[in-house]
Design a protein around this ligand. Structure first.
Ligand code: ATP
Ligand code: MG
Length: 239
C-alpha cells in the first residue's frame, strides 16, 4: 500500500449526455495540497469531468473517491458539505445581490471546522471586491464577477477547489490577478484542479498536468515536462 493516497481519485468514469458518450474511462488522481491543470481544447471534456466530480452530471460507470470515501452518486450540495468547492465556467453569482450579500450567503465552515476564509480575509485577498462591497453583482464586469465567483467558493472553506477556465475571455490585468490569487491559495494548502485551454496560464501555477482530448486522458505528467514536450502540446492543445 502506498502512503500517498490521493485526496481525489477518479477511476475509469464514463459519462453520457443522452445517447452521446462524452467521457471514456477517465481517470485522474490528485494528492493533497497539489495543483493539477486539466488541459484540453474546446469541447474536450474538461467541464464535463468537473461536473461529474461535483455530482452535477451522473456517471454511468467508474468511481470517484474524496478523502478515502466514495462520493459518486451524491448530490452537488453533499459534495459542498464534504469540502469540495466548484467555480463553474458560467460564474454563478446572484446578480440582484450586492458583493457583500453574495459573499455572506456563501459563508460556511470547512469540514474540520476551519474558518480560514472569513469575509474580512476575503476583502484583504481581493482588494477589488473590497472596493465594491455594495455593488450589485449584475453591474460588475465579467472579470469582476469571476473574482466574486472565486471568492464565494472560498467562503465555503473548501479543501478541494475545482476552477473551470477562470481566465477565459478576460482582460490581461484580471487574468494576472486570478493567477496571483491561485498562487496565494496554493500557499494555504488547499488542493486545486484548474481546467484550462491555455497551458501558459498554468505554468508557475500548477505542478501537475493532465490533458483530455475527445473525452480521453492522453497525457499525465508535470506541467514542466509538458512545456518541454512540444509534440504533445501541439497535438492536443491550441498553442
Ligand atoms: N448538455 C450537453 N448535452 C449534450 N452534449 C454536451 C452537453 N454539454 C457538453 N456537451 C458535449 O460534450 C463534449 C464535452 O464538452 P465540455 O463542455 O465538457 O468540454 P470543455 O472541455 O469544457 O470545452 P470548453 O473549453 O469549450 O469549455 C462536447 O462535445 C460538447 O459538445
Ligand atoms: Mg468547459
Amino acid at each position: 500500500m502506498t502512503t500517498h493516497q490521493p485526496i481525489l481519485d477518479v477511476k475509469n468514469i464514463n459519462v453520457f449526455y443522452g445517447a452521446s458518450h462524452i467521457l471514456f474511462a477517465v481517470s485522474l488522481q490528485i494528492a493533497k495540497g497539489r495543483t493539477l491543470a486539466l488541459l484540453g481544447r474546446n469541447g474536450a471534456g474538461k467541464s464535463t469531468t468537473m461536473k461529474a466530480i461535483m455530482g452535477v452530471v451522473p456517471i454511468k460507470s467508474g468511481a470517484i473517491s474524496f478523502a478515502g470515501s466514495r462520493i459518486d452518486g451524491q448530490a452537488p450540495h453533499e459534495m459542498a458539505r464534504k469540502g469540495l468547492g466548484f467555480v463553474p465556467e458560467d460564474r454563478q453569482v446572484f446578480i440582484d445581490h450586492t458583493v457583500d450579500e453574495n459573499l455572506r450567503i456563501a459563508a460556511k465552515r470547512g469540514v474540520d471546522g476551519r474558518e480560514e476564509w472569513t469575509i474580512e480575509n476575503i476583502y484583504d485577498a481581493f482588494p477589488l471586491l473590497a472596493k465594491m462591497r455594495q455593488r450589485k453583482a449584475g453591474m460588475m464586469s465579467g472579470g469582476e464577477q469571476q473574482l466574486l465567483s472565486m471568492a464565494r467558493c472560498l467562503m465555503g472553506n473548501p479543501g478541494l477547489i475545482l476552477l473551470d477556465e477562470p481566465s477565459e475571455g478576460l482582460a490581461p490585468i484580471i487574468v494576472q490577478e486570478i493567477g496571483r490569487l491561485i498562487r496565494t491559495l496554493r500557499g494555504t494548502g488547499v488542493t486545486i484542479i484548474l481546467a484550462e485551454q491555455n497551458m501558459h496560464f498554468c505554468l508557475g501555477i500548477s505542478e501537475d498536468a493532465v490533458i483530455i482530448d475527445k473525452g480521453q486522458i492522453v497525457y499525465r505528467g508535470t506541467i514542466e515536462d509538458l512545456r518541454g514536450n512540444k509534440d504533445v502540446a501541439n497535438r492536443y492543445l491550441a498553442i
